[in-house]
Design a protein around this ligand. Structure first.
Ligand code: FES
Length: 111
């Protein structure tokens, strides 16, 4: 898994945009101490979901108020119909890790 950020960087109910290895930005969400990593860019347009509103377990896009379930990436409000990508997430000793594309599990957990 890939190191994404420190859990202390994100307060409960907030999100942070993180760029890792030059790939498209990720959004790291803290929902009451549980962490989730998704793509940051809305699947409907070029909006950063980290700039949106978090309402319970849903994030609302700042552009057209579409919404996604943060844990699953499922569209939760029009006009979003394409699921948001989500990544397996793990927190170890205050560090947030995510399994990004092309990784074979824990190859670089020591990063
Ligand atoms: S860009 Fe996100 S709902 Fe349109």
């Amino acid at each position: 898994m890939k190191f994404v950020c420190m859990s202390s960087e994100i307060k409960p109910g907030e999100a942070k945009r993180v760029e890792v290895d030059g790939r498209a930005p990720l959004a790291v969400f803290n929902l009451d101490g549980k962490f989730f990593v998704t793509d940051d860019t809305c699947t409907h347009g070029d909006a950063s979901l980290c700039d949106g509103e978090i309402d319970g377990d849903v994030v609302e896009c700042p552009y057209h108020q579409g919404a996604f379930e943060i844990a699953t990436g499922k569209p939760a409000g029009a006009p979003c119909t394409i699921p948001l990508r989500t990544y397996a997430t793990q927190v170890t000793e205050g560090q947030v890790f995510a399994r990004l594309d092309g990784e074979d599990g824990n190859a670089d957990r020591q990063a």
